[in-house]
Design a protein around this ligand. Structure first.
Ligand SMILES: *Cc1c(COP(=O)(O)O)cnc(C)c1O
Length: 426
């Protein structure tokens, strides 16, 4: 093992440090494996129930009428996530698109959208119109309200109650912290929030942005009352094989409207050719529970390595996980660069390039990004990024296999060590 790690550029000292940390993680990894096993069976059961067979992998072209593979895949998602219906399409270009469809399909002029969990994901600001944009919900006369979380990251029930009124039509709950510093919510917490909201206004639609959360737990927000759950296929549920796509699972009434919004009123789910993508979408969903488990192990490994070296990490080394994102506060631009260069150097694709900080549109400072992915921008594949500013935090996620995630983290440590930025004796 030392030999092959050495061939890749990992020093014995770095490998030993990693192995030492790993020794303490056996029990946690066993728990992750148990969740993966449960979810693997859940996916297989859904595929068997919907009688998936080889004809499902044939694609369609043009209008895509009678695309049995596409329709069966949607029933598989619905069966797995325990919802009445599902929309799973390559025509949904990304997670933001899926969320924009779910929102704009189910909110009419004069109605109000509420986020009871503080600020939404950055890309939704122009969808909602909190940052003005053509075609935003605001432009169509949908209003928006937001209730901040309490200091400790919990729900502010008192003010949520005050924010719900006659016009409140839909509430959006983001499961993952995304790139904020608040905690990620457990499915149980989301269930509690949904029950509270429905006790005040039973007909309000509860939507959960499920990005990065799928298969981290044995239940999903749709098991605890969510009317719609929404996500991206180039994150967890695509298993690294889906080359594009998004999903919305939920109540039939909501999904019908989403389908009309995605294609056109009157057409809905009947159109939308799957081209040659069905097999990848099925196979990716099949692999997703174990892929997600690998990414989770990587996140926990990183948290434990960097916490041991004295860096603040979110989530910390021991707390429970509800998504696959790991933040490490490295404290300097040099350390961020070294970390990202390590992740890049460990990639199966583009390993020879050196990531450098760069001024990206939409940011007020330079940003550094490391990714060597089979699918462009896929964040279920190992990647790391962060804005070059205080507190110099790098966000890192993914890894199609635990062994690749492990190599990436060891390589990040190698680069920090070579630059004299960490002390392995500490
Ligand atoms: C990734 C993500 C999105 C947006 O997905 P894209 O595919 O990048 O458009 C929305 N919400 C959360 C919480 C995410 O993690």
């Amino acid at each position: 093992m030392e030999y092959i790690y050495g061939m890749l550029g990992i020093s014995p000292e770095v490998e030993a440090f990693g192995e030492n940390v790993l020794k303490g993680l056996k029990e946690r990894f066993e728990k992750i494996d148990a969740v993966a096993e449960y979810n693997q069976l859940k996916v297989i059961q859904a595929m068997q129930k919907e009688r998936v067979d080889a004809t499902c992998f044939a694609g369609s072209t043009g209008y895509g009428y009678n695309d049995a593979g596409r329709d069966t895949l949607e029933r598989v998602y619905a069966a797995c996530f325990h919802t009445e219906a599902a929309l799973v399409r390559p025509q949904i270009t990304c997670g933001t698109h899926a969320l924009a469809i779910a929102l704009s399909a189910n909110l009419l002029p004069g109605e109000e959208l509420l986020s009871p969990v503080g600020k939404t994901y950055d890309t939704l600001e122009k969808v909602i119109g909190t940052i003005p944009s053509p075609c935003s919900l605001a432009e169509y006369g949908v209003t928006y309200r937001q209730v901040e979380l309490l200091e400790d990251g919990s729900f502010d029930y008192e003010n949520i109650k005050k924010a719900i009124h006659a016009k409140t039509k839909l509430i959006t709950i983001q499961r993952s912290k995304g790139y904020q510093m608040r905690p990620t919510f457990s499915v149980e917490q989301i269930g509690e929030l949904i029950r509270f909201v429905k006790s005040i206004k039973p007909d309000v639609i509860c939507m959960v942005d499920n990005c990065y959360g799928e298969f981290v737990d044995t239940i999903e927000p749709s098991d605890v009352g969510a009317d719609m759950i929404v996500g991206s296929l180039i994150k967890n549920p695509g298993g690294g094989l889906a080359p594009i796509g998004g999903y919305i699972c939920g109540k039939q009434e909501c999904i019908d409207r989403c389908a009309y919004r995605l294609s056109a009123p009157g057409l809905g789910q009947e159109v939308g050719a799957s081209l040659d993508l069905n097999r990848a979408l099925y196979q990716g969903f099949f692999l997703s529970p174990t892929v997600t488990a690998g990414a989770l192990k990587g996140a926990i490994f990183a948290a434990n390595i960097y916490e041991k070296l004295g860096f603040p990490v979110i989530p910390n080394a021991t707390e429970p996980r509800h998504d696959i994102i790991q933040a490490v506060e490295l404290g300097s631009a040099a350390a961020m660069e070294a970390f990202c260069q390590g992740i890049q150097a460990a990639a199966p694709v583009d390993s020879y390039v050196t990531p450098v900080p760069y001024a990206m549109p939409g940011y007020h400072c330079d940003v550094i990004m490391a990714a060597g992915a089979f699918i462009q921008g896929s964040s279920i594949e190992l990647s790391a990024d962060g804005p070059i500013r205080e507190p110099y935090s790098v966000y890192f996620q993914g890894g199609l296999t635990w062994y690749h995630a492990k190599l990436g983290i060891l390589m990040s440590l190698q680069k920090l060590w070579e630059a004299g930025l960490v002390d392995l004796q500490a």
